[in-house]
Design a protein. Sequence first.
Length: 542
Amino acid sequence: MIIENQKHLFYQGWFAKIIEVKVDKINNQEVILGQGGYGTVLRGKMKIENINNTKETREVPIAIKRIKLSPLKEKKSFGENQLNMESIKLELSVYEQIKSKNIVQLYGSEQKDNHYYLYLELCDGNLLNCIMDENGDAPLKEEQAIRYFIKIFDTLQLLQKSTYERTENNKESLYHRDINVKNILIKKCVIGYQIKLCDFGIAQYSVQPGNQNKNLIQEIGTPAFKSPENFLNQLCDQEKNETWSLGTVLVCLLFGYSSFMANIQLFNIGNKDDHLKWISRQKNLISTEVQQLLFGLLQKEPKERMGYKQISESQCYRLYGNYPPSRSLIPRGIQRLMYNNFEYLTQLFINLNQNLYKQIPEDLLFFLFQHYKNLVHKQCQNYSGYYKSIDSTDLSLQTTSNINYIGIPTLLQKYYQFFQNIQLENETQNDDQMILFWRKFSQPNRRYQDSQRFCFLNNLFEVLDKLQVEQQALENQILELNKKKMLYLEKEEKLYSKKEENLNKKLYVIEKLKEDKDDNFNKFNDLISGLTQYFDWNKEKI
Ligand SMILES: Nc1ncnc2c1ncn2[C@@H]1O[C@H](COP(=O)(O)OP(=O)(O)OP(=O)(O)O)[C@@H](O)[C@H]1O
């Protein structure tokens, strides 16, 4: 089998080529993963052959996007074939040019029997059927929703940054133009879920907003997620068009798809701010920062709507952007410190024999390990092929709760060897991102200096202080609300029962917040005491 224009794949540490593709069938029926406007997405398998060792083959599960091309005679009347070919070419070129862990990987493509086939990385489903339940009735917790939002936003920023220079002074950025809950796929991975953008059939390179703000766009995208200006087919700014769709996706994540669809008429062009009023009414469900973000994204007037810069400066982004959630409270200074000590941390973990190991407070160990794991994970993600091999059962890390405490050094030893092997295997490929990454980290690292320890602890104390102030503020609010409640209870009048109900709701939300704050506070407190012991222990060792 010859796949057209096949470039060699890099898959799970193999340089490979596809030798066979087949669609999965159950009871003779093709397994359909999804159906879109242009084609059907099927589940299947590809057989790949290691090009360094032709005898070795492997079967890999994939998604097959099958697009029907219109026959030639119809092409004249409808132009459909041309449209298809154009959007297919576009989709292919995006997949080929932009490699990211957040964009579905294209393994190969071919045209046969009046169809075009794209062989894609298999995901577990889209935002709608994977994260929310089938009816879109199970919205996410705010923190989770924002985390997904940020991942999607970061990917859109990546697209925008991948400019294409048409002429000397004319840089063009890429916009997806059809952001909606079905075009954002989900893939389970070592740490939680990963988002993968797909369907670039109507993506477009456009002049960057900085150079020229407005572009004529045709009416494009999925109706419920379309910006008002897109509906009116007016001159519009691609970036703002994208941020509107992002806003609607966030609404789905926070309040559920069905709730969004039930109120869809409010988001239409006619009603100026009715949709914002509806969001205001949901204020018990979301924090002020998230409400501000939604208001910024869902301004019907593009000029008043948030652009990418404003999103990255928003409070939500600053709170959750770029970091795994559990560490969002940890100041950048600390992260940098840990980041610069990759090699040191590795050695530290590997050299721990069982007795010494027991002297490290468990909390601290998990903290460091978690950090290390994220670091390794991040490095692996830079190279999707390698990333996959670390995903294999041998090296896979379970979620924190399942980590075998005693097994950590062994596991890290494997990681360490893994990175060393990569370094050896690929020494000649200077442009290999992974090598660059590795070199950066394998520069001689220092042990913690006294000043660094001090700064590290100080930063943690700062977080602790902040948490304490927030705890106190919540405590005061709870006291106030309880006082009010007592008053209502004394009056025992009908008029007050509604007020009391509202008050109870408010009380519940604040008490929940306080609980979370207390939890964080305790964790940090433990961490600091563990850390102090650790530094003392380590000092003696040096
Ligand atoms: N790589 C994949 N892995 C798993 N499922 C997928 C994959 N690609 C697509 N799907 C499923 O198929 C659906 C349709 O895919 P896609 O949006 O690429 O098709 P389309 O024909 O271009 O659709 P549209 O009508 O949005 O243009 C997705 O919502 C998803 O549920």
